[in-house]
Design a protein around this ligand. Structure first.
Ligand SMILES: NC(=O)N[C@@H](CC(=O)O)C(=O)O
Ligand SMILES: [Zn+2]
Ligand SMILES: [Zn+2]
Length: 422
């Protein structure tokens, strides 16, 4: 099967991309050859398919929020071709058997490449690590207890030793439960003004300090999920200077929002970790720019309209992100002139691929998988959750004007998303 995509822009140059049997065969100007499928991109920008190392697809067990089909359709619509799904589904993916069936379910229903995290402990809250080696053999791409911090140090230490032996990354959701105090947003002036219970960043940074000491002792590949405080950024910076095998991700919402923007009790601003202070947000942007933070990951966390209504007091934690991440990041970081597109793609493709050893994800080089996203960087549009392919419409970014609309997404040379004609 041969596909030719004519007239794309790559690094400001007009190019054509020839795909043979799902792989990039040639990238050059003016390719002329007989093909099965000829696509005219009309000057759209071509990028390697984006990678998101942190999504929640809710299947099995919570499919009223999202399914692998709808979640991966949201990924494709957001320009993502490889995602790593968290294990906090029902039942939790915490054994080799559950891993095997989850990997099969992801392959069967995923429109994009859906890789799977295994849990670090039974049901995410158990003491004593799950059998990481068996889950790795059953296809676990990496490990995480996302949704819950690992409270017990010995459990984390044993999990790190097992992950090191299996050569897999541990992605840590950092949260010391004893320091949360029922908080629903960041502790500070905004929480005080709204009369809502606050939580400080100490629950994150204290657990990170514990983990970094053990990461050094074990040599595990340790990844910080949704980093949110300036203290955490400083610790990761130091750990990297000390030569630890550590990486970190930051979510678009922690980069582009902070708690000073929460002026009403609005469930769309409730997520874990919460939006922090302006200073924290600046430290996250600084950390991304200086390489302390390696990548952007969405923490796509769909919930039903009922679960995201009423007060922040009792609604669910989490917002969707797959369909807004690239346009928001492109608009705020590249369009604004802060960084170039290549740098953004380092954070959204190259670094996640390297940190998680994602051999299946392509970088637009000859021989790579033809995972390609075509985007319109010229015409602005408005984010409308009603257009989402995700079941979740829970986003604080509705109504934002952005650039970077995804026009077409290819996985292994197959079109998995195509924007509607306007
Ligand atoms: N981020 C969230 O607020 N929620 C996530 C869990 C998590 O990422 O910790 C979810 O599963 O809904
Ligand atoms: Zn988490
Ligand atoms: Zn998460």
């Amino acid at each position: 099967m041969k596909t030719l995509i004519k007239h794309v822009v790559i690094d400001n140059q007009c190019q054509d991309i020839l795909i043979i049997d799902g792989k990039i065969a040639k990238v050059a100007r003016g390719i002329e050859t007989p093909v099965d499928d000829l696509i005219n991109a009309h000057g759209a920008t071509a990028m390697p398919g984006l990678i998101d190392v942190h999504v929640h697809f809710r299947e099995p067990g919570l499919t009223y929020k999202e399914t692998i089909a709808t979640g991966s359709a949201a990924a494709a619509r957001g320009g993502f071709t490889t995602v790593l799904a968290m294990p906090n589904v029902k039942p939790v993916v915490d054994t080799a058997e559950k891993m095997k069936s989850q990997v099969a379910l992801n392959a069967e229903n995923g429109l994009v490449k859906v890789l799977q995290y295994g849990a670090l402990s039974e049901d995410l809250v158990g003491v004593g690590p799950a059998d990481l080696q068996a889950m790795a053999s059953a296809g676990a791409a990496a490990f995480s207890n996302d949704g819950h911090g690992v409270q017990d140090a010995q459990t984390m230490l044993s999990a790190m030793q097992a992950a090191k032996a299996a050569d897999r990354v541990i992605s840590a959701h950092l949260e010391d439960d004893t320091l949360i105090q029922g908080g629903v947003m960041n502790a500070g002036p905004s929480a005080d003004k709204l009369g809502l219970p606050g939580m400080t960043g100490l629950s994150e940074s204290t657990q990170l300090a514990r983990d970094l000491v053990m990461a050094q002792a074990t040599g595990v590949r340790y990844h910080v999920a949704h980093i949110s405080t300036k203290e955490s950024v400083a610790q990761v910076r130091l750990a990297k200077q000390m030569g630890l095998n550590v990486t970190a991700e930051v979510s678009p919402h922690h980069l582009f929002l902070d708690d000073s923007m929460i002026i009403t009790d609005d469930p769309m601003f409730k997520m874990n970790p919460p939006l922090r202070s302006k200073e924290d947000r600046q430290a996250l942007i600084g950390g991304l720019l200086d390489g302390t933070i390696d990548m952007i990951a969405t923490d796509h966390a769909p919930h039903s309209p009922e679960e995201k209504s009423g007060s922040m007091h009792d609604c669910s934690f989490g917002i969707v992100g797959l369909e807004t991440a690239f346009p928001l990041a492109y608009t705020r970081f590249v369009k604004s002139g802060l960084v170039d597109l290549e740098t953004l793609l380092t954070w959204m493709v190259k670094n996640p691929k390297e940190a998680f050893d994602l051999d299946q994800a392509g970088l637009l080089a000859v021989g790579d998988a033809a995972d390609i996203t075509l985007v319109d960087l010229v015409h602005p549009y408005e984010i409308n959750p009603k257009d989402f392919a995700s079941k979740g419409e829970n986003t604080p970014f509705a109504g934002e004007e952005v650039y970077g609309k995804v026009l077409k997404t290819f996985v292994d040379g197959q079109v998995v998303y195509q924007a509607k004609k306007e």
